[in-house]
Design a protein around this ligand. Sequence first.
Ligand SMILES: *Cc1c(COP(=O)(O)O)cnc(C)c1O
Length: 385
Amino acid sequence: MALSFRRLNRISYRRLAALCPLQYNNIQVKLTESPGEKPKDTSRVVFGSVFTDHMLEIDWTVEKGWESPLISPYHDFPMSPATSALHYGIECFEGMKAYRGVDGKVRLFRPMENMQRMFNSGQRLCLPAFDKEEFLKCIKRLVHIDADWVPKEPDCSLYIRPTFIGYQPSLGVGPSKRALLYCILSPVGPYFKDGGFKPVSLLADPRYVRSWPGGMGDCKAGGNYGATVLTQVEAERRGCQQVLWLYGDDYKLTEVGTMNMFIYMKNEQGVNELVTPPLDGLILPGVTRKSIVELAQKWENIQVSERSITMQEVVKALEEGRLMEMFGAGTACVVCPVDRILYNEKNYHIPTMDNGAPIAKRAHKELTSIQWGETPHEWSVPVSD
Ligand SMILES: *Cc1c(COP(=O)(O)O)cnc(C)c1O
């Protein structure tokens, strides 16, 4: 049902988009005359609070298709109070980063993965199809123009936030006849302050779910996140830092906060297994998750499994001393170790850090070394030559 609907939508919108496709070559650039001040110490900047000098905008209408991409000084939008994004959550976004490499070059990490995911999220919201390669070229140009904003400090980067909204100024619930694809940039500090690899504690409360079969948990749609704020506040009230999202009568583990999840354990057959929940529609298909799976498949003496795992299996493995590590994975932190789960009013110590988290650390090291250009790799894409 969901699939056939998606295909229908894709076909009709492809036809429309073909009339006037998104084309990088038409890009117009208006540079700022008053460049902003860059942070003196990016490591102290609050996440997502500082923006660069320029932004990218591409308008779409059902009548004309895609307009010329425009890069211009960062600004507010004129917006009808009836705009569909505001009323019905017709909005999706991406999160990626530009890294200043050890050689000074600016690189992106697997950016086509983000383009494809944004395309999929847009399709789920009946937003128009766009050419992924062309949109990436526009983003690269934006990052190139604001390249001085890519921090030089260690572990700091330029966060890239492509956004796609329904921009129709009327209240009907239906596919938006106007849309806006845009991108803003924000210099960000390290996820772990003072260099540490600090573990987090999790609240696992099955009364809350993040996603469900047939929903849009596999899309980076704004509506998925607004609904999690209350749960996050409750986690903090109960002395935890983030939420462990469970699903189903058997309490399957799905994600950690806004990260994918990995568990490293000796399974009941005595095999060292790195488990991450499968992409069954409940899980956001993370680029970091995919990369860790692909890297770990090459490691020796470890079996990588994309399979469901329940709280019962986790508790049993913990009690039998077989669970070794648990960590979240996402662009923001790369990997983030877990040291405690509050579940059914009981605290479970997770021994991730007790023997130094070798698997989490190895994943972190291999990925960051590619991202910062220390290890040449096809995943690492220069912004310009
Ligand atoms: C963005 C996100 C992730 C991580 O995806 P990456 O591509 O690795 O950054 C995981 N889970 C949720 C819910 C997310 O929104």
